[in-house]
Design a protein around this ligand. Structure first.
Ligand SMILES: NC(=O)C1=CN([C@@H]2O[C@H](COP(=O)(O)OP(=O)(O)OC[C@H]3O[C@@H](n4cnc5c(N)ncnc54)[C@H](O)[C@@H]3O)[C@@H](O)[C@H]2O)C=CC1
Length: 380
């Protein structure tokens, strides 16, 4: 895919994105100003503080633009986005106003490269984007609610800033191990953050999440320090494709950094539940030994399953370190032929591990992880 030259529309779209990248903040503010000027009623769908939302829109656009020449990946991404927008109350008739505001903002901040061809390319792209989202939302409406309310039934503090929450959705909540969802708390209306499921689907329908309270993280601090049994949180639909292909017998190389261990634990449970003996090698990374808050659970799984190996990697690096020993450890224990890699953790860890795995010969289609830009919001 990357080797092919971009289509003319993709070329024009990427050129616009490159042009507005340095002024992305201004362009997105202007986009919302135009949108709310035309449709003041839409303001109520967004949180009071718009900072995180602004960033998300731009990143979602980048992702879509980046995939414009890969219709299958684009459709999957947009369909998920369309389903996910149901929880905000977005209606099909809202999309044209969004498109007009988008084109208005791009034309203004990308003026240096804006031509009638560029505008036509963006109109074509947005027509596809909005139609896929509208169709996916309409199809989803037939089978699923726009959101699920879920009562917290257990709240366990594992470290001063990490909590494990167990919740009971009011209605059945179908999902796959390795996926994540969005969470809204009663204390921050319309502010949604992503968290991975920390268990495979259970017979009792309960779901678990691992949450670290991060500085200035509204939702994460509320979930760790304020929430308790009996509180009701709201969940969006499940999303993400870091799931196990059960038709394959290949091994799983799983890296969980910090609270990134949550979906890894779910994946191990999923493999165990399918009863097929596949090698699963877990590398559990943390900055300090005390941060290995889920080690007992992982070791209990290892005690039950001989095909599971677990290695801990404690880095003792400061929070802003640009690399860490986790990718190095994975390299040391390789090669990883006939393995698929599952990476979960901070964006920097994912990037450096992808680089390492590709360098040591793992084909990139064997490497799975969530979208790095969604993890940034997840950290909040
Ligand atoms: N599905 C997913 O991918 C999930 C991702 N997360 C994300 O994981 C993060 C967890 O945060 P914390 O618990 O505070 O973890 P953390 O920041 O303490 O780091 C955990 C591990 O990652 C390593 N690491 C960090 N930056 C690295 C880099 N640039 N290169 C190599 N290794 C690096 C550290 O050395 C440590 O071993 C959050 O950003 C959260 O959003 C959490 C749950 C699921």
């Amino acid at each position: 895919m990357d080797a092919k030259p971009p289509s003319p529309d993709a070329f024009l779209i990427r050129r616009t994105m490159d042009e507005i990248a340095p002024v992305a903040d201004k362009a997105t503010s202007y986009f919302y100003a135009l949108l709310f000027l035309r449709r003041p009623d839409l303001r109520d769908l967004f949180p009071v503080g718009m900072e995180a939302q602004r960033d998300r829109l731009f990143k979602a656009l980048l992702t879509a633009a980046d995939r414009i020449d890969d219709p299958a990946a684009l459709t999957e991404y947009l369909a998920q986005l369309g389903r996910g927008h149901r929880k905000y109350g977005t209606q099909a008739h809202d999309y044209p106003a969004v498109g007009e505001a988008l084109i208005g903002a791009l034309a203004r901040y990308g003026a240096a490269v804006w031509t009638s061809q560029t505008e036509a390319a963006w109109i074509r792209a947005y027509t596809v984007v909005s139609q896929v989202m509208i169709d996916a939302a309409a199809a989803d409406e037939q089978t699923a609610p726009p959101w699920w309310d879920a009562e917290i039934v257990a709240h366990e503090r594992r470290t001063p800033d990490v909590a494990v929450l167990t919740v009971r959705p009011g209605q059945a909540y179908p999902f796959l191990a390795g996926q994540y969802t969005s969470v809204q708390t009663p204390w921050w209306p319309r502010v949604w953050r992503h968290y991975s499921f920390a268990s495979a689907p259970r017979a009792d329908g309960l779901l678990t999440f691992h949450v670290r309270a991060v500085p200035a993280g509204w939702v994460s601090n509320a979930l760790v320090h304020r929430a308790g049994a009996g509180d009701v949180i709201r969940l969006g639909p499940p999303a993400g494709s870091m799931t196990v292909d059960h038709s394959s017998g290949d091994g799983l190389l799983c890296l969980g950094g910090g609270t990134g261990i949550a979906p890894i634990k779910a994946l191990v449970e999923d493999v165990a539940g399918h009863g097929v003996r596949r090698s699963v090698d877990v590398f559990y990374g943390a900055r300090h030994t005390r941060d290995l808050y889920d080690l007992d659970t992982i070791l209990a799984l290892k005690a039950r399953h001989p095909w599971l190996s677990v290695r801990t990697v404690v880095s003792d690096t400061p929070p802003d370190a640009r690399s860490g020993p986790l990718p190095e450890a994975v390299e040391e224990f390789g090669p990883w032929e006939a393995y698929d890699a599952y990476l979960s953790g901070p964006p920097g860890m994912i990037r450096s591990t992808v680089d390492t795995l590709v360098r040591i010969g793992m084909p990139s289609h064997r490497i799975r992880h969530d979208l790095v830009h969604e993890l940034v919001a997840a950290g909040d």
